[in-house]
Design a protein around this ligand. Structure first.
Ligand SMILES: O=P(O)(O)OC[C@H]1O[C@H](OP(=O)(O)OP(=O)(O)O)[C@H](O)[C@@H]1O
Ligand SMILES: Nc1nc2[nH]cnc2c(=O)[nH]1
Ligand SMILES: [Mg+2]
Length: 159
């Protein structure tokens, strides 16, 4: 079945990241933020700004080998977050939970927050804002660009 798309613009991403920050502020204080690169970088920057958190670490997990999902591999471990206690672990979304499982095993004490969550990964997340169905593919603003779309009448004529 073709995936349905959920297109997120910059404004919406900013609003949703701030909504997540509202939930996280009452659960703090936080020693720092660990962003799961690359998708977690922009959400982590917005959340760190709202929480006035200056310490940002990164962890890099590669789950795709070209277009195919392969065995997940840690390309860069976080340098200074210990077992994660007191740290916020931030990603843009959780889907199958593959990335989350691997990173949670490295930082078992961290609070894991994502903006979006799909059902298979939801149990691995401590805080999130919006749930989407498993067959939805989220298109982030950095994945897309505005382009010309023909009028409906023309598109209809082509069918
Ligand atoms: O729950 P999962 O099935 O593991 O999927 C979620 C992960 O997939 C995406 O990252 P991706 O691996 O595409 O890399 P990127 O962040 O560098 O784009 C997304 O940013 C999450 O990190
Ligand atoms: N952009 C994007 N990356 C993903 N990686 C795993 N699931 C998704 C998704 O829905 N959107
Ligand atoms: Mg990612």
């Amino acid at each position: 079945m073709a995936p349905r798309y959920f297109t997120v613009g910059w404004d919406q991403l900013h609003r949703d990241a701030k909504a997540l920050a509202w939930r996280l502020i009452e659960k703090g204080p936080w020693t720092g933020v660990v962003a799961i690169t690359r998708g977690g970088l922009i959400p982590a920057a917005i959340i760190a700004r709202e929480l006035e958190c200056r310490i940002i670490e990164t962890v890099s997990v590669i789950t795709y080998d070209e277009e195919k999902r392969g065995d997940p591999r840690v390309a860069k471990a976080p340098a200074a977050a210990g077992d994660g206690t007191g740290w916020l672990l931030v990603d843009d979304l959780v889907d199958t939970g593959t990335t989350a499982r691997l990173v949670r095993a490295m930082l078992p004490g961290a609070h894991f927050a994502t903006i979006y969550a799909k059902p298979a990964g939801k149990p691995l997340v401590d805080s999130f804002v919006t749930e989407v169905s498993q067959d939805t593919w989220i298109l982030f603003p950095w994945d897309t660009e505005a382009q010309f779309i023909p009028p409906i009448a023309k598109a209809g004529a082509a069918k």
